[in-house]
Design a protein around this ligand. Structure first.
Ligand SMILES: Cc1ncc(COP(=O)(O)O)c(C=O)c1O
Length: 388
């Protein structure tokens, strides 16, 4: 993997992982749409022997993602963000304990509580906005701390430096799902993380056209163990998906700059709006952990959540009245999206649990895209007028 650590993020984003193709000089890594590779002699491979185990288009993507997160070891890519998360948990054994955030992506919570618990893993969910909650939850059999920051959908911020200090003194791993922030905004390794996880479906791919996931580590032994899981379980991305994600990644810095700018504008606009009860955005001074966010993030991301003062029905209706914001799950694409977590992305979380962590049924989540800020504000304004 070529070392681009001396270069700025934007140069790394454009050149990370890719070399001109040796035969034709093609500047963009081709889609190596092949399942197998012809070998010169038995048990000797030119580079790869079978595409579950390795593929050149995947190699390029794995190199690019590692470069952006600041690792010299290629990322390990998967067919989805959930497969990436599952692969990290497969490094644990029955009877091991995990301390996880209480406001995780609904699918992650479902994987932990509905599947992995059945195989003997134990979980404690805590509000990671305060590191003391993490400290109190660590047990003798704790092996892993699982953090999302900002969280989905309440945009809580965990102090990664403080939590990694706890992890180190307890001898446990810290894994950070960096999907919401992206490496443009936040580099978890600089704060002591052992694993960085992405749903590359979101900002990394960035164009709402591909599903994928990745795990990045800085330790060769951990990487070997993850590659063993990747090859043994087989939840690998196809070469075409890798190509699309790699293409998206080359403009991550440009898109993120605009996502962050637009989201900050929308958050400020909503905070001033008479129909809005509260706005959750780490860039607002009113955010509980704004100071921590300022310390560990370069900007504050493209996600904004808010509650209306009106009824639940009004919140539901607002989602259907926007014209530029599309009503859809997912996030991180160039198009702006609006959704209601309680009935959509987080419907798999028990209503009691949702209530206990402050995820109101009327909460709306915006993935603020890269359109004109004026048009996005205007769209929300006209939709609010209709539900008044
Ligand atoms: C923070 C976070 N992590 C992981 C995932 C799962 O990723 P995927 O949908 O690519 O499996 C999501 C999906 O929304 C997410 O928001």
């Amino acid at each position: 993997m070529k070392d681009l650590s001396a270069y700025d993020f934007s140069t790394q984003a454009v050149h990370g992982g890719t070399e001109p193709e040796p035969i034709t000089g093609a500047i963009m890594t081709p889609v190596f749409q092949t399942s197998t590779y012809v070998q010169p002699e038995p048990a000797v491979a030119k580079v790869h022997e079978y595409s579950r185990t390795g593929n050149p288009t995947r190699d390029a993507l794995q190199g690019a993602l590692a470069t952006l997160e600041g690792s010299q070891i290629p990322a390990v890519c998967f067919a989805s963000g959930m497969a990436a998360i599952d692969s990290v948990l497969r490094l644990l054994s029955s009877g091991d304990h995990v301390v996880a955030g209480d406001d995780l992506y609904g699918g992650t919570y479902r994987l932990f509580t509905k599947i992995l618990q059945r195989f003997g893993l134990e979980f404690t969910f805590v509000d990671m906005s305060n590191p003391i909650n993490v400290e109190k939850a660590i047990q003798d059999n704790t092996k892993l701390i699982w953090a999302e920051t900002p969280t989905n959908p309440l945009l809580k911020i965990a102090d990664l430096g403080a939590i990694s200090a706890l992890a180190k003194s307890a001898g446990v791993w810290l894994a950070v799902d960096n999907t919401f922030a992206t490496p443009y905004v936040q580099r978890p390794f600089e704060h002591g993380a052992d694993f960085v996880i992405h749903s590359t479906t979101k900002y990394c791919g960035g164009h709402s056209d591909v599903v994928g996931g990745a795990v990045i580590v800085q330790d060769q032994e951990l990487s070997d163990r993850l590659c063993f899981v990747q090859n043994s379980v087989g939840a690998v991305p196809g070469p075409w998906d890798c190509f699309l994600t790699l293409r998206g990644l080359k403009t991550l810095h440009l898109r993120m700059e605009r996502h962050c700018h637009n989201a900050a504008g929308i958050a400020a606009f909503l905070e001033e709006h008479e129909q809005v009860e509260r706005v959750l955005y780490p860039g607002l001074e009113s955010h509980t952990n704004h100071e921590v966010a300022k310390r560990q993030m370069l900007a504050f991301g493209g996600m904004v959540s808010f509650e209306l003062k009106g009824s639940l029905e009004q919140a539901r209706q607002l989602c259907m009245e926007t014209k530029v914001f599309a009503l859809a799950e997912s996030l991180g694409g160039v198009e702006s999206l609006i959704e209601q977590p309680a009935t959509m992305t987080h419907a798999s979380v028990d209503p009691e649990v949702r209530r206990s962590i402050g995820l109101a049924d009327g909460l709306l989540r915006l993935s603020v895209g890269v359109e004109s800020l004026k048009d996005l504000q205007g769209d929300l304004e006209q939709a609010m007028a209709k539900v008044k």
